[in-house]
Design a protein around this ligand. Structure first.
Ligand SMILES: CC(C)=CCC/C(C)=C/COP(=O)(O)O
Length: 181
């Protein structure tokens, strides 16, 4: 993993690509996804859209909690070559197993592919985004390869849990009443 951390610092082999990697990092961060989903929820005027966005919000929150619990239990330190200059972190983010970006990327990728009707090139872009976010975690030196691989598996599996617990106006009427205008 250390050898693959080619953007871990400005002086690293691919140090000039670090700013781009950090933009990719923000694209997979929890805050833009949570704020964007919440904003969409407030703006949506169709009940079908609200249902999808409410479940996406639930999925993102579940993911944050699950990753925080696993990080807190495993307590694996981030690689020593990592510079802790990440955009907004919480206390457990000093730990690296699993990668929260990788779980979110896999979860959101599956969610989008199942719930949005997209042309094939866009579907391919969504999968590529998830892969690039994941690979960038190792290139930035934030994670070991195993953190990212486990994160991807966890996010993939978590999507199945979200589908199983799918919130609908029938199963969670009080929640939907909050968002009906
Ligand atoms: C503060 C909020 C809402 C989310 C934290 C997102 C975050 C910083 C996750 C850590 O990701 P990695 O484990 O991939 O470094």
């Amino acid at each position: 993993s250390k050898r693959l951390g080619v953007c871990a610092g400005e002086g690293s082999a691919w140090g000039s690509a670090r700013p781009l990697m950090k933009v990719i990092e923000v694209s997979g961060h929890g805050i833009p996804w949570l704020l964007g989903t919440f904003y969409g929820l407030c703006q949506s005027d169709s009940s079908a859209t609200r249902e999808v966005l409410l479940n996406l919000l639930f999925a993102l929150l579940l993911d944050l909690v699950l990753v925080a619990v696993v990080k807190g239990l495993v307590k694996r330190r981030r690689p020593t070559h990592n510079k802790m200059d990440m955009f907004v972190t919480i206390s457990v983010d000093k730990y690296s197993f699993p990668s929260g970006h990788a779980t979110r990327a896999a979860l959101v990728c599956r969610f989008i592919l199942h719930h949005l009707v997209l042309a094939v090139p866009l579907r391919v872009l969504v999968v590529l985004w998830a892969l690039i976010v994941s690979i960038s975690r190792v290139m930035l030196g934030r994670h070991n390869v195993t953190d990212v691989l486990f994160g991807l598996l966890l996010g993939y599996a978590l999507y199945s849990v979200v589908e199983y617990c799918w919130l609908s106006p029938l199963s969670a009427p009080a929640l939907f009443a909050l968002w009906s205008h």
